[in-house]
Design a protein around this ligand. Structure first.
Ligand code: GTP
Length: 306
């Protein structure tokens, strides 16, 4: 890729919207690689994971924010702070509403908060999940969204069908100021690999568990590194990770009968980790009860929520 010319644009974007509207899936589709964690349960995204799109004419850095919700715990409050600090930092905001659900008070609250926290940022209105709605429903939703506030552009997209994803990227880039490239060409995300691995394990651990468990699960990679190569064997990376839960009963859920669920979590997480590190992976998972970790500042720090 040639060095950026004088017309080069760069900057930061984030997607906002109610939980479960498809923000992480859209981020993945725009960046073209699986880097943020998606799940069919609301509020699985905790960290500001960045995806980076590098083109000859622009570099777009996308920050993923957690779903909006009323704080119930210390963790909830920190999430709120994280969201607001992200909003005031970005050059353009993508405001997502799904095509198949009416616009409601939650969307109006986010629109009002946006105006308050990021009064100068251009906002692109995005109607997501268009594959789930009829064309006339999508058209009506675009109109309804346009009533909500002022938008630089309004656009429909289906991240899972891959429809209009390029248009969303173009419109976000259109709102960026002129500027240099912040990151080298090939880098998709600047999160440490341990964080991405921990998120993959957490996603696998949350698969098929009850609604109340998601907020109680945190994952930390304790240690990882290449194993000494044996002749004739493919390279192998050892990964040791701990799954933290708040109660013994939750530990039992994660473990399953005779550890069967824990081994399924490993099986489910491993392919993504292998894709990430580029070798076969030996994944050692351990479950620990850290009582009330969501309410304890010391534990929160240990788990990376500073
Ligand atoms: N049919 C369809 N489903 C989608 C689309 N985009 C996302 N989904 C699904 O909607 C659910 C939520 O998607 P996420 O990307 O995790 O939503 P989110 O807004 O990041 O959610 P939070 O992390 O809770 O804020 C998942 O089950 C996705 O597979 C889409 O374009 N079409």
């Amino acid at each position: 890729m040639p060095p950026p010319g004088p017309e080069h644009r760069s900057g930061f974007a984030c997607f906002v919207g109610r939980p479960n509207v498809g923000k992480s899936t859209l981020l993945n589709a725009v960046v073209g690689s699986k880097i943020a964690i998606t799940s069919d349960k609301p509020q699985t995204t905790r960290r500001a994971i960045r995806g980076i799109v590098t083109r000859p004419d622009a570099q777009l850095v996308i920050v993923d924010t957690p779903g909006m919700h009323k704080p119930r715990t210390l963790l909830g409050e920190r999430l709120g702070d994280l969201i607001r600090s992200v909003w005031s930092d970005v050059d353009v905001v993508g405001f997502c509403v799904p095509a198949d659900e009416p616009i409601g008070p939650g969307d109006r609250r986010i629109a009002a908060d946006l105006t308050k926290e990021a009064p100068r940022s251009p906002v692109v209105g995005i109607v997501t999940k268009t594959d789930r709605a009829r064309p006339e429903q999508v058209a009506a939703q675009l109109q309804a969204l346009a009533q909500l506030r002022e938008f630089a552009h309004v656009v429909p997209v289906s991240a899972t069908a891959g429809t209009q994803v390029d248009v969303v990227t173009d419109l976000l880039i259109d709102c960026l100021p002129p500027g240099p490239r912040f990151y080298p060409d090939a880098e998709l995300t600047d999160e440490p690999v341990e964080t991405l691995i921990a998120e993959l394990v957490r996603e696998a651990a949350l698969d098929g568990v009850r609604e109340e468990l998601p907020h109680s699960v945190a994952v930390v990679v304790d240690e990882m590194g290449p194993r000494e190569r044996e002749p004739g064997r493919p390279p192998l990376t050892d990964v040791y990770a701990t799954i933290f839960v708040e109660r013994d009963s939750q530990k039992a859920i994660i473990l399953g009968s005779k550890g069967s669920r824990l081994s399924r979590i490993g099986t489910r997480a491993r392919p993504g980790i292998e894709a990430l590190v580029g070798t076969k992976v030996y994944l050692d998972l351990h479950v620990t009860v850290a009582k009330e970790w969501q309410r304890d500042p010391k534990q929160l720090r240990r788990l990376g929520f500073d």
